[in-house]
Design a protein around this ligand. Structure first.
Ligand code: ADP
Ligand code: MG
Length: 148
């Protein structure tokens, strides 16, 4: 699926729409891996996604924190940014593998390609590309993550 976003609100809206679709999948971990250069819109997408989960706190880029965790009704939402991750040992110390296995977790990973070795096979991959100042191309596979 290829989408052209003409401004940041459209990217937020796409995040919200995908969240609404994905939320119907229960009792399975939900993992989205977001790739694209700095400023391509990954965090903006996460903000829209989080709003669909009823998260009111501001979603910032967790570049320095790497991991933010939010409690939502009966599940947890994780926003992870792997920009600063340099080796797989760091990933182990953060316990990411356990996070990816827990069926109560919804996890969005910026720079997910840096940890692709440990991403589950049903991870939804989304690519963000800068076209013009306010224009981005967003590409993702339409798959039913609940089916595998
Ligand atoms: N169509 C668009 N989609 C997403 N962000 C956009 C768009 N047009 C302009 N922007 C701006 O680009 C920046 C994207 O930043 P951010 O979402 O933090 O990117 P990343 O997390 O990929 O580094 C924001 O300042 C946002 O307002
Ligand atoms: Mg970001």
């Amino acid at each position: 699926m290829k989408v052209i976003s003409n401004n940041f609100l459209e990217t937020k809206r796409l995040g919200k729409q995908l969240a609404d679709k994905i939320l119907s999948c229960k009792n399975k971990p939900i993992i989205l891996s977001l790739r694209g250069d700095l400023g391509s819109g990954k965090t903006t997408f996460v903000q829209g996604f989080a709003s669909a989960l009823g998260i009111k706190k501001k979603i910032l880029s967790p570049t320095f924190v790497i991991l933010n965790k939010f409690k939502i009704k009966d599940r947890f939402f994780y926003h992870i940014d792997c920009y600063r991750i340099e080796n797989i040992k760091e990933v182990k110390s953060l316990g990411l593998e356990e996070i990816f296995k827990n069926p109560n977790n919804i996890v969005l990973v910026e720079w997910g390609e840096k940890i692709k070795k440990i991403l589950p096979s049903n991870t939804i991959k989304i690519k963000f590309e800068f076209l013009e100042e306010n224009k981005r191309k967003i590409t993702y596979e339409e798959k039913d993550i609940c089916s595998d």
